[in-house]
Design a binder for this molecule. Structure first.
Ligand code: GCU
Ligand code: CA
Length: 689
């Protein structure tokens, strides 16, 4: 759930970056032996010999060097190469000197730092050829700031040919502090200027990201970057909900600043366009209808059209044309469409005439929802849900941190409050829930939740009466106000799977050693499950904010994922596959990255939970306020059909009822995006045929 816009009217209005954070500025050594051991790579900075002081000549006649050449030192005692090295902080680091020695005679050299020899007559043995390069590595102490690292030959042969010096820096894992006191300093109809009190950082703040709800809205960069930003191209009479995040060169992102809600004022143009006329329909299928109308006129100019279905906005900000094919409609369903025009001042016309259309009958694939009944009311953001062996279910409430038991006949009992949970004033809190397959003997239940230091997977004992024995199993999953993932479920293999969001730091999704932007597969003690692709807890990577997990009848894992500015995904998950974020959102053509099986525009989906009944995926959509039905055919996903558009509000969790062609469906109308208020959420039962 990224709630990209407050008013859906701003969707698609701004040009949005698809990448939330930039990449690291420092080079990663391509010869770092720690990479081969599968450890976390340190960031190294390379200093080429040709950029240092070379007592000799800069040559390029022997291939295999980096940069533009190497230092061929004079064949004399004391022949030297010296580099100026900048250290972010004082401390010991590993340095490597890359060299070639095409003779069979050692060419020892003294290595000194800031005038002190730290390795006397260090060996630079023959490498077999002048084109064969290798590294001599040693640990040295550096002072903060500028250091002189010098290599000086100790024999009359001079030094070897010296290619470069690489200086490791410990990976920077410390995020900048939270920007404070975010405020507006200027608000115009189409622009907002923000200012804030800057973040600080152990290494240095290099950027600020501006967020509008869960979406990146802009950035400022610099060293340090200015603590102000003017957002342009905004829509008049529109509310923006802005936060700012500090970011460092390693891609660490702070938690969100305070949120500023600001509404842009109108322009001087207060005259709306005329209403579009002669709305008509044609080309009706079971999922689509073509609408045509005659153009509106305006004193300044028509900038676009909105299509309404049953008096609610369905498609916003179409460019000014006079026809549009509405897709993704529910089969055999009546819709009343109307169209309104907009102008540059965001003035909205009266509605066109209304046309009522019934879509064609059901598509192939079966599993059509036939009836909806209320199991239980009075909930506030129910999130994770799982069945107990007795046929009742446990459900978590995200912001109260309460776990409840709910029977199929609707009896609700408080189980207890899960300890150590904190809110993110966003999408974190008490999230996923799973019941141990051996609950009858061990009484273990599992939750995924936000804690003070980040997101966790934890175990509790539920003995049938109350909760006890809180044990944290996995920590170190970064959190943020949005993008926390949060779904957990046991797979058919008996291992626990978990969806982890990118915590607004897209680069983590591509780091196989990070738990963020991943689907994890773990044992019930929290350790990596056997057979995982990277010998750690990671099962698949390159995810942004996955929140749905379900297995089909052949045991294949499917997962729904919230996209950024444009495209949500349903993915078929295979171990070790890379689902592309942040390089790709939706489909793209990048080698090594796996495309989704289905995509949706974020306005029509923004999916959270999924479950599978008779090989049909049912996907709950938050912003899209609808249930998607996606029949599966082996590894293919068939044509999606929408149900209940804008009928039950924002939909969160789907939970198949054991032994029935039915599922439970929960809402999220009680959060800051919904309009329902506390206690407005419900648990429904949906029968399928
Ligand atoms: C050769 C070789 C040089 C090297 C020199 C030496 O001339 O081409 O690259 O520096 O031997 O022995 O120092
Ligand atoms: Ca030489």
């Amino acid at each position: 759930m990224t709630h990209r816009t407050l008013t859906a009217a701003s969707a698609g209005f701004l040009v949005l970056s698809t990448t939330w954070v930039g990449c690291t500025a420092a080079n990663q050594s391509d010869e770092d032996p720690s990479l081969a051991r599968g450890e976390v790579a340190n960031l190294a900075t390379d200093y080429e010999a040709e950029n240092g002081v070379c007592q000799g000549t800069i040559d390029s006649n022997h291939s295999g060097y980096s940069g533009t050449g190497f230092c061929n030192t004079d064949n004399a005692v004391g022949a030297a190469v010296e580099w100026t090295v900048n250290a972010a902080a004082a401390g010991n680091v590993a340095i490597s000197v890359r060299y070639a020695n095409g003779t069979t005679v050692d060419r020892p050299a003294d290595i000194s730092v800031n005038g002190t020899v730290v390795a006397a007559a260090k060996s630079f043995a023959g490498t077999g050829a002048w084109t064969t390069w290798t590294n001599v590595t040693l640990n040295v102490g550096l002072v903060a700031g500028s250091n002189k690292v010098r290599l000086a030959a100790t024999t009359a042969n001079g030094a070897a040919n010296i290619d470069r010096l690489s200086v490791d820096a410990p990976s920077d894992t410390q995020a900048p502090t939270i920007p404070q006191n975010l405020r507006t300093t200027d608000v115009q109809s189409k622009s907002i200027t923000l200012a804030w009190d800057p973040s600080t950082d152990n290494v240095g703040v290099t950027a600020y990201d501006i967020g509008n709800d869960g979406q990146k809205f802009g950035e400022v960069t610099g060293n340090p970057p200015p603590a102000t930003k003017t957002l342009t191209g905004l829509r008049p009479k529109t509310t923006y909900r802005l936060t700012v995040f500090g970011r460092d060169a390693a891609g660490n992102v702070s938690q969100a600043s305070n949120q500023v809600n600001v509404t842009t004022p109108p322009t001087s143009d207060t005259t709306p366009p005329t209403a579009p006329g002669n709305l008509s329909s044609s080309d009706v299928t079971n999922t689509s209808v073509k609408l045509s109308w005659t153009a509106s006129t305006d004193n300044v100019g028509v900038t676009g059209y909105d299509i309404y279905a049953n008096n609610a906005p369905l498609i916003q900000d179409l460019p000014p044309s006079t026809s549009y094919t509405v897709t993704n409609l529910a089969a055999n369903t009546e819709y009343s469409f109307s169209v309104r025009a907009k102008d540059d001042g965001n003035n909205v016309s009266n509605a066109s005439n209304t046309v009522t259309v019934r879509t064609a009958n059901v598509p192939p694939g079966g599993g059509v929802p036939t009836s909806v009944s209320t199991v239980s009311s009075g909930w506030s953001i129910p999130w994770g849900a799982a069945w107990l062996p007795d046929g009742s279910a446990l459900l978590n409430e995200r912001e109260t941190f309460n776990m409840y038991k709910l029977t199929q006949s609707g009896t609700k009992t408080l189980v207890g409050k899960v300890p150590n949970v904190v809110t993110t004033n966003g999408e974190g809190g008490l999230l996923g829930l799973a019941v141990d397959p051996n609950w009858n003997s061990n009484h273990y239940v599992y939750v995924m939740h936000t804690a003070s230091e980040g997101n966790r997977i934890a175990r509790l004992t539920y003995d049938g009466n109350s909760l006890s024995g809180y044990t944290s199993l996995v920590q170190g999953i970064a959190k943020n106000n949005f993008h926390n993932g949060g779904r957990i479920a046991f797979g058919p293999d008996g291992f626990l799977y978990a969806t982890c969001g990118d915590a607004r730091n897209g680069s983590l999704a591509q780091d196989k050693n990070s738990l963020n932007g991943k689907i994890l597969r773990i044992k019930t003690d929290g350790s990596a499950a056997p057979g995982n692709p990277f010998n750690n807890r990671v099962y698949s990577y390159g995810h942004r904010n996955p929140q749905g997990l379900a297995w089909d009848s052949a045991g294949r894992l499917w997962s729904s994922e919230l996209g950024d500015g444009s495209t949500d995904e349903l993915n078929l998950i295979t171990p070790g596959a890379n689902y592309g974020w942040p390089t790709c959102e939706g489909n793209c053509n990048v080698s090594g990255m796996t495309n989704p099986k289905k995509t949706w525009s974020t306005s029509q989906a923004s999916p959270s939970g999924i479950d599978i009944v008779n090989n049909v995926v049912y996907m709950a959509s938050l912003r899209g306020q609808r249930l998607w039905r996606i029949p599966l055919d082996g590894t293919n996903a068939g044509t999606p059909t929408a149900y209940y558009v804008n009928t039950y509000g924002r939909l969160r969790t789907v939970l198949k009822v054991p032994g029935q062609s039915a599922f439970w469906l929960t809402t999220t109308n009680a959060d800051f995006n919904g309009s329902g208020g506390a206690g407005s959420d419900k648990v429904y039962k949906v029968l399928v045929q």
